[in-house]
Design a protein around this ligand. Structure first.
Ligand code: DC
Length: 219
């Protein structure tokens, strides 16, 4: 049987995983899994259905029932139960809600197979928090991409302003720190570098330098 090559790129929010993963997937001609968008889609479903966030069983039910479709062109388009939710995916409310429900082991279990299904020839670039540790532990190439919280907050702020979404830098810094803490301290699949991952700190690197470092690891 032919092995399907997998490159995992894990790290905290705002480290540049999405941009780097998309560029690397494009260069290699591989598929791309933005696993955060699966947690974000569930967050949107839960908010839409006004499910109590602390009601784990109810959140699991929503996760089991949700139908997701991904259209990967230049921009990722996501449909939740047939409706395009792309515009809501990137909001801070969606991200923070995703981080809360992602701490539930039963929720992670339901979403596991949906992520594994992305592994197809000719290869996969998988971006998230636990790609190298839990979802694709056998991946041949693993990267842990990080940057200081201040730098990540600045990048996030810039992204939001560019999209025409109003933003407050201090609040974003606080939210990033709270999100890091929650993602790192949760018991189920916490944000941690896989033992065999190459750690890249992007605080003082430009995006092309990071892309090159990742590509040379794969090659
Ligand atoms: O990467 P992101 O910001 O889109 O992810 C949103 C949240 O989803 C993140 O704070 C934690 C959760 N998440 C996760 O627990 N595991 C993943 N593999 C990806 C995201």
């Amino acid at each position: 049987m032919m092995t399907i090559p997998v490159l995992t790129i894990d790290g905290p929010s705002g480290a540049g995983k999405g941009t780097v993963s998309r560029a690397v997937a494009k260069q290699l001609g591989w598929h791309y899994l933005d696993s955060g968008s699966i947690y974000r889609s569930l967050a949107i479903a839960v908010l839409q259905q006004q499910t109590e966030l602390s009601d784990v069983a109810a959140v699991v039910k929503v996760a089991e029932a949700m139908q997701l479709e991904f259209e990967c062109g230049d921009e990722l388009i996501v449909k939740l139960n047939g409706t395009d939710i792309t515009a809501q995916l990137g909001t801070e409310t969606t991200g923070n809600t995703a981080s809360i429900i992602a701490a539930y082991p039963d929720v992670r279990q339901v979403l596991l197979q949906k992520q594994k299904d992305f592994k197809k020839l000719p290869g996969l670039v998988a971006d998230g928090r636990d790609m190298g540790t839990v979802v694709f532990p056998d991946a041949a190439s693993k990267v842990f991409l990080t940057a200081s919280a201040d730098e990540r907050a600045k990048r996030r702020y810039k992204q939001l302003i560019e999209k025409g979404i109003s933003a407050n830098l201090d609040r974003i810094t606080q939210e990033i720190e709270a999100r890091d803490k929650r993602d790192q301290e949760r018991k189920a699949a916490p944000l941690v570098a896989a033992k065999d991952a190459l750690t890249i700190d992007s605080s003082n690197l430009n995006i092309n330098q990071v892309i090159e470092a990742v590509l040379s690891l794969v090659r």
